[in-house]
Design a protein around this ligand. Structure first.
Ligand code: PMP
Length: 405
């Protein structure tokens, strides 16, 4: 699907044509996104919001149009609910500090799950330390899906927030977030969805999902690095305090008292990444021109094909094989005597053949510990990958296995 739009895919790695299967870490950028960055700095760069001069007004308009576009992408009720951040990690830290400040007290509880990315664990742990709150963990069932029954038991009078990944960055599994949100809301508990791995792969509707917060990164959806989103329902964002002080987030400042700006600016201290937001709007245009549903369907078929090929290999163990997934497949390779071949060694031999995959703990050590392995090999697809990419990858893997056995 439109491989020719991504110039980096013409690069050679170790004199081989690049097969890029590390899309869960970051995606490559289409020419329109690269051009947008050059265009911004070449033609209308100026600081936003405060200027009366032409360039500042152009920059402001493009930045605010980008916010509108993000709101439409996730079906937010209004663009006031879209806060631009540096990325998913920044969004989660901001939420933990703001929500934590206002809503969490000694003895309160926050719930995450066993399969979270560190970015959706550590900010909550830090909050718990600050406030004397307790972090509870939704366990996994044997098939590596979230144990929803156990989750019901964890929800209590003391629960203030549940924060879970929509799609696991390690396993690719789509978690039952609709059910989690429904159960949490029955108890009046707010839910944050980590959409870092879902927004790029699934059509997202925050109003239908009814999540209170959604976080994601532009760079995982063909957009630039250094830009992310914290979506929050307006009634929540109105209630929560700002996290960072400085320019842009104020209404009036005096030494006696400072008042804060309206949404979303209350949460956006300092000069925003308006070049990034513009480039991201071009990435959204790009994906929407192909069609989000179309992309989701294509990537799903490709991921299923990839998993089918891996499952055929007798010494490969695929995690959560057969589960409904989006984008990523994790596996390990075993020797005939049952010994695990270190995922790092597999990754290096794949790289030598021009195939880029990720190996290690994928910033999800509690999950990797639970699996009882030193790490996994993860192959993850994007819209530009093809069946031929998968075939090259599987052939390279077979060769690597022969060398390592
Ligand atoms: N959560 C999940 C599920 C992720 O996959 C990632 C990125 N690997 C993050 C959070 C952190 O995203 P970022 O590094 O863009 O802040």
């Amino acid at each position: 699907m439109r491989r020719e739009d991504f110039p980096i895919l013409n690069e050679k790695v170790h004199e081989r044509a690049l097969v890029y299967l590390d899309n869960a870490a970051t995606t490559q950028k289409p020419q329109v996104v690269i051009d947008a960055i050059v265009e911004a700095y070449s033609h209308w760069n100026a600081n936003v919001h405060r200027g009366v001069h032409h360039l500042s007004q152009v920059a402001t308009q493009k930045h605010e149009e980008a916010r509108e576009k993000v709101a439409q992408l996730i079906h937010a009720q209004s663009s006031e609910e879209i806060i631009f951040t540096k990325g998913t990690t920044d969004s989660l830290n901001m939420l933990a500090r703001s929500f934590g400040e206002a809503m969490v007290n000694d003895g309160d509880e926050i719930i995450v799950s066993q399969l979270e990315h560190h970015s959706n664990i550590v900010p909550w742990q830090m909050l718990c330390e600050r406030k004397g709150a307790v972090l509870k963990v939704i366990p996994l069932r044997d098939d590596l899906t979230l144990d929803v029954e156990a989750f019901k038991g964890l929800l209590s009078e003391k629960t203030r927030l549940v924060s879970v990944a929509h799609v696991s960055n390690v396993l690719g599994i789509i978690n039952p977030v609709e059910e989690i949100i429904r159960l949490a809301h029955e108890k009046g508990v707010a839910v944050c969805v980590d959409g870092a791995q879902s927004v790029p792969h699934l059509a997202m509707d925050v109003q239908q999902l009814d999540c209170d917060f959604l976080v994601f990164s532009a760079h995982k959806m063909y957009g630039p690095t250094g830009l992310g989103v914290l979506y929050g329902k307006k009634e929540w964002l109105d209630k929560l305090p700002p996290v960072e002080g400085g320019g842009e987030m104020i209404e009036h400042v005096s030494f006696e008292k400072t008042t804060y700006n309206v949404l979303p600016y209350k949460f956006e201290a300092g000069t925003p990444n308006y070049v990034g937001s513009y480039a991201f709007s071009k990435a959204i245009d790009y994906v929407q021109a192909i069609g989000l549903e179309e992309v989701a369907k294509y990537e799903h078929e490709l991921a299923v094909y990839l998993e089918e090929q891996l499952v055929l290999l007798s010494n490969v163990r695929v995690y959560a094989a057969g589960q409904e997934k989006a984008g990523a497949v994790s596996f390990n390779v075993y020797k005939a005597d049952g010994g695990l071949i270190h995922p790092f060694d597999v990754g290096v031999l794949l790289d030598r053949q021009g195939v880029a995959v990720r190996t290690g703990h994928h910033c999800a050590e509690p999950l990797i510990d639970y699996l009882g392995v030193p790490g996994t090999v993860r192959a993850s697809v994007g819209l530009y990958n093809t069946k031929e990419d998968v075939d090259v990858f599987v052939a390279a893997l077979k060769k690597a296995i022969m060398m390592l056995e």
